[in-house]
Design a protein around this ligand. Sequence first.
Ligand code: DGT
Ligand code: CA
Ligand code: CA
Length: 558
Amino acid sequence: MPTNAEAAEILRAIADLLDLEGERFKPEAYRRAARSIETLTEDLKAVAERKELDTIPGIGDAIAEKIQEYLKTGRIAYYDRIRSEVPPGVLELMRLAGVGPKTARRFWVELHITSPKELREAIDAHRLEGVSGIGPRKIELLRSALGPTAARVGTRIPLTEAYAVAQRLLAAIRATGRVERIEAAGSLRRRRETVGDLDLLASSPDAKGVFDVVSGLPGVHEVLLRGETKETVRLDSGLQVDVRVVASNEFGAAFVYFTGSKDHNVHLRTIARDRGLKINEYGIFQGEERVGGATEDEVYAALKLAWIPPELRENRGEIEAAAAGTLPELVTERDVRGELHWHVPPNATREDIEATLAEARRRRMEYVGAVVAGTSVEGGSVKIERGALERLGELHGKRPSGMPIVWLVGEVAGTGTGPEGMELDYLVRRPTKGPAPASRKAFLPTLVIAHLDPTAPPAGTDKERRAWIDWAASHDAALEMGPGPSRLDSIGGGEVRARNGTLAIPTGLGSSPDDPTFPVALGLARRAQANAAQILNARSRAEIEQLLAPRATQERRG
Ligand code: DGT
Ligand code: CA
Ligand code: CA
């Protein structure tokens, strides 16, 4: 018997197919209808019998007709037809992590790649290199999305992906109550841009109990090795996870050791030796006597060093700085005071706007800049449902009690006006191909957050990035840090800092609670040694308003 859930599923499948065929607006209409049906509290059939299908929000005549057909016959001829037009492998491609309908369509239409297998072959044959819009990072992402293969051994995965996987594992292990404490160490804790394997460090009196838990977690493919204090498993994705269990009084020493980097550790050990001490993963030793190791502070203090933030532990001068008391003050989560680049989801309702503002308030944000106009980086025009747009218009520039102030933002667009004559507060600008524009007059208003062009040809990436860093530094424009090819990694962040430029940290506002955007972007900014003064959205509302003020003055004059 047909169910609401099945009907919704077919509508979603239609949306996917339409996406692949390059349709622009229809897919979203089908998705909206699917969502509506899923939240329906009564049987679709009952609604249809009352001839009230078209009263369901998001269901117009065309979709109502297809639902009727489905309820009568169990099929939708339209679906069968468009499905026959798309090779099944292309649908599989679209479901790979990091491949949306647009990319899948390009693989299919431009590169004649019609299955994951063909994609893997194309990558191995270096056929994707030099294809516009598919840079080396994207290729790495694709390789890991394609799962465990021989080629995969020795490859590294992006930090965002590793972060999300680690959070899931940590939460699952903590929930069992079998560990006193468990944390991610290794390159993930140092927020290296790519991660080779995960290193989890736990304290517990019962290592075997912890390993039993880990081995049985969903997504764990096989146990590669198990010893007294260490277990290594491989996940379905091919990623390896090392788990170590120590006693709670050893945790600090082990945490330093397994956080690395290896070069950092080696340097620490030479300092220890000079002081007549020995440090290893079990503690700090003076001769045979154990003199500490419960906390990281103890380890660094024993070496007369300030505690060093993990993001700096690469043996690039941080140990000398810790000895001299000149470690940089790094931006922290608490410094971030607002979101300047919130993409209102295309189908958000008034209620969704309220919910996001409430989240912003919980996170103690002072301002939220909502993108309401222009072209998104992905290329589509920014489209916001009427109700949400109205609500944003009502809230614009206002601060309902205890709430952040709402600013209206245009993305890429060259004018200061949004839909229905809405006045925009500033623009988020994406560097376009070619040289950076000489003047910011080209896009009034004043405040510009540029993110890098993900479609820039790989060969031009470094040069263009440098041009944009120069341009941003001399135009009060901030560049966004964070995951993904359109944002800056820690090296780029360091270049911006060296030029006295400003960075911005995307907060992941409005995303799911386990979205890695914010922690990853923050970590990369810290790795770039950015302090709060260098982060645009670590400034207060008043300070940002001051940046926006010249525009108001200009307008009054003009
Ligand atoms: P990865 O996994 O390649 O992204 O990088 P890491 O840094 O996570 O390296 P991994 O997983 O091999 O080891 C984790 C940490 O354990 C590493 O950062 C430092 C420590 N470690 C591993 N092997 C050695 C070693 O031979 N000597 C020293 N001193 N430390 C080591
Ligand atoms: Ca590792
Ligand atoms: Ca490891």
